[in-house]
Design a protein around this ligand. Sequence first.
Ligand code: ADP
Ligand code: UVW
Ligand code: MG
Length: 422
Amino acid sequence: MAGVILTLNSGSSSLKFALYQPRDQVRPEQGDCILHGAIESCEEGARFSAVDKTGKVLVDQSLLPRTNDDEHPPHGVRIDAIMPCLEWIEGHLGDAQLSAVGHRILHGGSRYLGPTRLSQQVLADLADLIPFGPLHQPACLAPASVLAKTRPDLPQIACFDTAFHQSMPDVAKRLPLPRRYDDAGIRRYGFHGLSYAYIAGRLSEIAPDIANGRVIVAHLGNGASLCALRNGASVETTMSLTALDGLVMGTRSGAVDPGAVIYLAQAERRSPDEIVDILYRQSGLLGVSGVSSDMRELREAASVNSVRQALELFTYRVVQQIGALTAVLGGLDGLVFTAGIGEHDAVLRRDICAALGWLGVVLDEERNARALSVISADDSRVRVFAEPTNENLMICRAVCSCLGHSGQSHTDGDLSTDIGSK
Ligand SMILES: Nc1ncnc2c1ncn2[C@@H]1O[C@H](COP(=O)(O)OP(=O)(O)O)[C@@H](O)[C@H]1O
Ligand SMILES: CC(=O)OP(=O)(O)O
Ligand SMILES: [Mg+2]
């Protein structure tokens, strides 16, 4: 397969993209990236930016000012921001041809377990999973549907956030509900898998002595989760059937007592859509602070009492869940911070590591402030890292393996009647 690969990573607050021209089709590397950028939702609407491989700014502009009738303005990227971005990207291909597009897709259910070539049928199956990812699944599928119409001959590959967690043992996948629900695929899947796969691979380069040990990766972005790795494979994670479980997030609650949800439905007579809105869009850092979902803005407003409480709760839940995952692993050799907050927020890393002193975590203040790859002190029993993640590179590799090796996609998985397998 020759030509250029476009990767699209739709998150809850951004659409990140990259263009790759792989020299080695079997294992593309970051050096093959020609340019990368993002559309990010912001107060004014959407901001579109891209840089080339030397870091030179190619574009940085606002797109589509927000209107009063935008349904949920500050969250997610508007569909009509996508086409101008795709046109801009195609305009920057020069003589090269776009040969394939890879998409990060939130949920593959129990059917789609590996990179899969998108067809109308696959798109329809994945749309059935929207109830299990109401913020992400539509945002992930939107650019794929647009391209399926405008560029029907362009191969499109779905790369699933859920795929990496197949290695979790059955006990970690099971929800304690009547067993007919498990039979129907209502079980724990886990997310941020492309990011965890990248970090697991990166660890074998930067810390081969612990890459096969007991490691917790903290993917702390607008969505946030932890993953416990043993031998580089996922054995437990804090997200679950949906990307609503676990840690406190930008606008998502994370784990709440299901009794609180019953209260919303019964005592407040909230409709299912209202409950989705409360738990996915009005909770988390935004809900508790009443100020913002954005960690940078919260740090600036940290003297406000509600902001301090939101930051405290965010930190507390990360520490608490690192304790839980350490118990599952039976000890801890390494801790990796990644994603927007994990990579950049030195104060948060310091507060979390201070609370983990009992585990033998000792941070080196200067390394932490400079976000060097290793940020623990030389005598720390647990090695601590701050590492950028690279979901786009994992998508590019998946596209190459899916199209390059076999010449066709694979759609692994059982074909039972589980969710996503109709
Ligand atoms: N320098 C920084 N300090 C603290 N937080 C930051 C910094 N830069 C980005 N962030 C935070 O990272 C989060 C977005 O992370 P990201 O992984 O890009 O999210 P997503 O992929 O869900 O869109 C936001 O809360 C943002 O405030
Ligand atoms: C799964 C998830 O929460 O993704 P993101 O962090 O990109 O919103
Ligand atoms: Mg993300």
